[in-house]
Ligand binder design. Sequence first.
Ligand SMILES: Nc1nc2c(ncn2[C@@H]2O[C@H](COP(=O)(O)OP(=O)(O)OP(=O)(O)O)[C@@H](O)[C@H]2O)c(=O)[nH]1
Ligand SMILES: [Mg+2]
Length: 610
Amino acid sequence: MSSIAEFSTIKHNLLNNILEAKTLESDLRKNFQIDLTIKERIERIQNNIQSTNFTVAVVGVIKRGKSTLLNAILGDKIEILSTNVTPETAKLSYLVYDDDPYAIIHKTNGEKERIKIEDLGKYTNSFPKTRLNIRHKHKGVKELVMSTKYAEIHYPNEYLKNGVRFVDTPGVDDPDPDRSRVTEEFISSADAVIFLIDVLEGGLKESELIFMKNRIINRKSSKGVICVCNKILALRKFQQNELNDVLINTKDVLKKELNIEVPIFPVDAKAAYQGKLENNESLLEKSRFHEFLDGLETFLINEKGKIALKRLLIDLKANIIEPIIETLSFSVINRPNELTEITNQLVAYKKSINAQKEKVDKLQTKINNEKSNLKSSIESEIRTKFKNIIINNNDATVQLRNNLAKVIEPINTKFTNQIKHIFSDLLKDLDAYEVRLPNAKLMVETPNISIDDFYVTKQIISQTSGASLASAGIGAAAAGLLFATGIGVIIGAYIGYKIGQEIDNQQVVKTTKELDIKSVQNKLSEMTGEIITSYINSVDIYFQQFQSEINTWFNNKEEELNSKMQMVENIKSQKESEFENISKELSIYLDKAKSLLELTNNYLLKLEEL
Ligand SMILES: Nc1nc2c(ncn2[C@@H]2O[C@H](COP(=O)(O)OP(=O)(O)OP(=O)(O)O)[C@@H](O)[C@H]2O)c(=O)[nH]1
Ligand SMILES: [Mg+2]
């Protein structure tokens, strides 16, 4: 395979690469909203690759064999370009690839006309200027040639297919300024100019040197000029050793006059054409055409194609594929911010639930401590207070109740305030103002007390002897129960004595009612226990209310947070699975992009090896 063909294959593959990158870019943009803003760039690279062609213009003075050289390159049975002695090439031909041969005539008035290849001569060859001119089947038709600017020949040929476009120009000594202008336009845009000289003419002529200097070198520098010394096989045997002189001389002149180094290939275009047609390898070899073609290809690839394609490959790699890989690698691994935010939100919810739980737990412990402190303080207070209650013999139930109330009420007030204080203090610990303070009033159940049961009936039988004294004793004792002061006892004793005297005189059975103080005291201490229990129960109930308020509050709070959390959790898992799916899909694209990168690197290597 020729190097141009290899080059063309790389170009073709690169184009496929670009198309894949294009699909990838568009998929990412449309399906995943990933816009790398590389769409235009891809298209530009694609266009640049598509237009990476080589334009090779063949120039030289009249009859140097320009058309013959191109026919040899095309290697077709039909001479696409007319090479007869007369007529000469009058109009420029631009050769491009197509599966089917045809030509487009670009006219001087701007119009275009599609014609058959066979008719090409009518438009591009010279026409007889006088009637004396011999009729020739390839002659141009005056009107057609006059109106032709140049011909664009579409032709199936490997070179053309691989992106090399050839330009056959009329002889440079063309006197027509319009034609010269067209030729010069093509020359200045060409990647390579093949300048034909004729060995039979003794190599580079003065006129050719001037043309080369003025029309080629001054316009596009020496880069891209290849000199071909044609018709080497037309040299007679005895002239054979002149070839080398011609070549050396031409090189010297160019160096001396134009200060340029130009490669010179000696060929015989006619023999090359014939050799190809007849499959005559030895003739082909003698024509040295392949050396020239290799030189041309190497030049085109090394000086033009490689540079252009390498630039595009690097552009594709650095500005298209690598950014895609970078973006995709990031997107495949990194969860979207949204998801991270949701996860953080969940952590915050959990934290706040735990913090509240901790607060509430602390509060409950504090409540329990306060509760048991309060209970023991209540108990000791009640016990002290009740111990100090003095029961009198003449106490009635109502009075005792009043006494008890007098003791209980301040205790009640004291502990209610204490509880209020404790709770408002607890609430300060808790920022939860939604917790309502239960109506702080102790509900102590006062036991139903009846002292009446403790009155005992006693029958005192007075006898004649000693009854008055005994009665005095009893009276005194009874008075002692009824009155606290000593005078009461004396009065009691007196009354008792009087009664005793009565009994002394007559036998009297007297019935008295006495308060059984010991039993009352027992009852009282039993009641103290009951009252303490009642207080404690009341404190329990009260605290229980408060605690349950706190629990309800906390449970509500927790439930509220939990349901919010659940919602977020749902969103999270939905987003998570979305992310997983997208990530999976994107990693397929990532693999594609990676293999594109690998291919592109391979093409770069292959390009270097060309
Ligand atoms: N012996 C020999 N004759 C050649 C060679 N190349 C071209 N000729 C002959 O030279 C004549 C002119 O060839 P063309 O190919 O028409 O030359 P051209 O440069 O295209 O001529 P214009 O387009 O008229 O300027 C033809 O008769 C060719 O057969 C060659 O390598 N060896
Ligand atoms: Mg010609």
